[in-house]
Design a protein around this ligand. Sequence first.
Ligand SMILES: [Zn+2]
Length: 315
Amino acid sequence: MVQSNYERIIEKISKASGLERGEIERRVEAKREKLSGLISKDGAAQVIASELGISFENEKLKIDELLPGMRKVNTIGKVINIFPIITFKTKKGEESKVVNLWIADETANIKVVLWDTNLIELIERGKIAEGTVVQISNASMRDNELHLGSFSEIKPSEESLGEVKTEKVVRKKNIGDFKIGDNVSSRAFILQVFEPRFFHVCPECNKKVVQEGEGFSCTQHGKVIPQKRAVSSLVLDDGTNSIRAVLFHESLLKLGFSQMEDAGKFAEEKENFLGREMIFTGNVRNNTYFNTPEFIIEDLREANPDEIISELEKQ
Ligand SMILES: [Zn+2]
């Protein structure tokens, strides 16, 4: 069985401190209790580590061991994607640059943000390209991204990596631990379902169309006969927090709605889903209008009872 992040941190702390794993876990729980559960288990374990004077600074970490809040981290990964370099003006009016790239190892992948022009030059000169294995040192974790400033280093590595994990990494998380930008899966109860809103899409490309006189038009395909699509909001809660989730047409069908355009039928059907516990997967984004996080659902499925039991046993 794959060890969770938490188990690996505990193991590292145990090795470095000589304390028994059980003792460390007790300290983690005590710390969480003291903070009224506001901190995740991973986070509390890190606090315990720093209280014991243990740092991960000189260790080369696997990508799935990189956790929010870690500083001075070292890792190795293969560059799987480099986005265009962005030039911007700082508050002082100086020209600066930033570039995002993704690196992967056999455990996971992560977004890396370079803020230093000297580091970015390595990309401009082609020393670092897609496919290059890079060694990163002295970087900091900001949420789930690895940030490199002027004290950080990135350079091509001699190390060869086998098969790297390029598919989107979905982390299991409690809603209370959600951060903007997370790709997460969470088991939660449906507390509320709001009436759907409708919009029109192009039948060719599925993009939103605009009304033009009597008809509709797609920027790419011109005048089209559009299809009607629904979008609805849910309130999900897993005991750690609640969040507004956004479900588009296909997810609503998958949840089990069949009569979305009929308000009466929708209200009737929705009764079946209130209080149901399911596993939701998606992306956490900031709703710019309300300035609150929202969970854009990409997939959902029934919570399988065996899964629930095995999760409860681990706690
Ligand atoms: Zn179109």
